[in-house]
Ligand binder design. Structure first.
Ligand code: NAD
Length: 451
């Protein structure tokens, strides 16, 4: 197939690269001239494991190109994937201006005399399939033959290439069954379960999925706070819960909450849509409230550990909203850093890949070369993103660099049984402090399994 991909961000680039790798001819269109110039020059503008190699391979094979000009891509395309950003608007609803512009430009450049399928891959509010249909139609009236299909994307940043190659399911929403089947053909090589629905149902599946995952995270974080107060260990609670096949083990890691370009904005957008429909989405509101509190409670915990923050030095390990990405959108670290700065702390930051992105955030912090450098002279280290690099550190060396050996672990990456004997004052999330010092939960779990 000939494919045009509108928007070459995390979703558009991965979609374009993978479809080109399957032998399709792909052109990516973006309004960001600098991004297109970098892509055309062979540079990958985002950090996503495995992506650069696929981009290079397919660009060299002549199956993948980039442009800023819709008329170079849309008229020849069998399928046009809309992958532009849909950020949160001021009232919480999705800001649809990029989708609107994309739909209008697609409508203006559609070829006559050939059928084109327009695929909404961006996460768009319920009813957007009809909106895109109307906007395109408005531009080309009855001259062009097109259909709109909703095809929500479920990839996770950091494992986007893997997720696109091994999807759990392909969801397609359409009023035109043939159009849905044609898009399904594109995905056939992945051998994934396929669900074809109407447009609105497909759009809702995406929001409901993200809201559910976010709910699990807020749920376990609330449980973590209760565990901490009542002397239970949330890690074992989550393990025990996850052994129940009705519950499963995923998305039950207590920490400092979700961030990124999807969960926060998508939960807000669903809450907004429910509100607009005169409903009272109290669970979604609670999910967002708990998430907000998770970051604040981390800073409060730090204050309890080292006293007033004014004049202290705090090291932040990890800035990206999760490991294996350089994405800082709604990253908990940024909120925490701003909170610390506003309380008079000096902040030293380190992230394995998001340092360049962080430099553009106007933060008055010291950008450090590695985790040891960040810890130098610090009154506390706060681990925010659980990068693999942080697992294998020489913590005795870290301790020796610090002014006070305080380790606040926002992701429960370390086992207190390993850290406390080194002389650290250690706090995780949802761990009863006395118990955590005395026992290794890992050992307890292992014992339980062995028995
Ligand atoms: P992104 O911000 O990384 O990329 C969007 C790209 O679209 C940018 O390069 C921007 O310049 C371009 N763009 C904006 N308006 C345009 C226009 N009119 N014409 C051409 N290009 C235009 O966004 P993303 O993270 O790739 O997300 C895209 C969509 O996919 C969003 O709706 C998001 O919610 C959804 N989604 C994202 C993820 C994820 O993990 N990032 C996962 C699933 C779904």
């Amino acid at each position: 197939m000939k494919i045009a991909v509108i928007g070459t961000g995390y979703v558009g680039l991965c979609t374009g690269a993978i479809f080109a790798d399957l032998g399709n001819e792909v052109i990516g269109v973006d309004i960001d001239r600098e991004k297109v110039a970098r892509l055309a020059a062979g540079d990958c503008p985002i950090y996503e494991p495995g992506l650069e190699e696929i981009l290079t391979r397919n660009r060299d094979a002549g199956r993948l190109a980039f442009t800023t000009d819709y008329s170079e891509a849309v008229p020849n395309a069998d399928c046009v994937f809309i992958c532009v950003n849909t950020p949160a608007g001021p009232d919480g609803g999705a800001d649809m201006r990029y989708v609107r512009t994309a739909a209008l430009r697609v409508g203006q450049t559609l070829a006559w005399g050939r059928r084109t399928i327009i695929v909404n891959k961006s996460t768009m509010p319920i009813g957007s399939g009809d909106l895109v249909q109307a906007l395109v139609h408005e531009q080309c009236t009855d001259r062009a033959d097109f259909a709109v299909v909703s095809n929500p994307e479920f990839l996770r940043e950091g494992s986007a290439v893997h997720d696109m190659l091994h999807p759990d399911r392909i969801v397609l929403g359409a009023t035109d069954r043939d159009a849905a089947e044609a898009v399904a053909d594109l995905y056939r090589p992945f051998n994934a379960p396929l669900l074809i629905t109407d447009l609105r149902t497909a759009e809702m599946i995406k929001y409901a999925s993200n809201a559910f995952l976010a709910t699990r995270i807020s749920f376990i974080n609330e449980v973590a706070h209760i565990c901490e107060a009542l002397g239970a260990d949330v890690r074992q609670v989550a393990t025990g819960m996850g052994m129940d096949t009705r519950i499963g083990p995923h998305f039950l890691n207590a920490g400092i909450g979700f961030g990124g370009s999807c969960f926060p904005k998508d939960v807000r957008a669903l809450e907004f849509m429910a509100r607009e429909a005169d409903l009272h989405p109290q669970l979604l509101r609670a999910v967002l409230d708990i998430n907000r509190d998770s970051r604040r409670s981390l800073v409060r915990k730090l204050q309890r550990l080292i006293g007033p923050l004014d004049g202290t030095t705090v090291a932040i390990w990890g800035l990206a909203f999760k490991p294996d990405t350089d994405d800082l959108r709604e990253a908990p670290a940024l909120e925490i850093v701003r909170d610390l700065l506003s309380r008079g702390a000096s902040v030293r930051v380190y992230d394995p890949v998001a340092m360049d992105a962080a430099r553009s955030q106007q933060l008055d912090v010291a950008f450090c070369t590695d985790p040891y450098d960040a810890a130098t002279g610090a009154d506390a280290v706060v681990l925010v993103t659980e990068w693999n690099e942080f697992k294998g550190l020489d913590l005795a060396r870290v301790r020796d660099q610090m002014r006070r050996p305080v380790l606040l672990d926002g992701r429960n990456l370390y086992d207190p049984a390993d850290v406390v004997p080194l002389g650290f004052t250690y706090r995780g999330v949802g761990l009863p402090s006395k118990y955590a010092l005395a026992h290794s939960p890992r050992t307890v779990v292992e014992e339980a399994i062995t028995r």
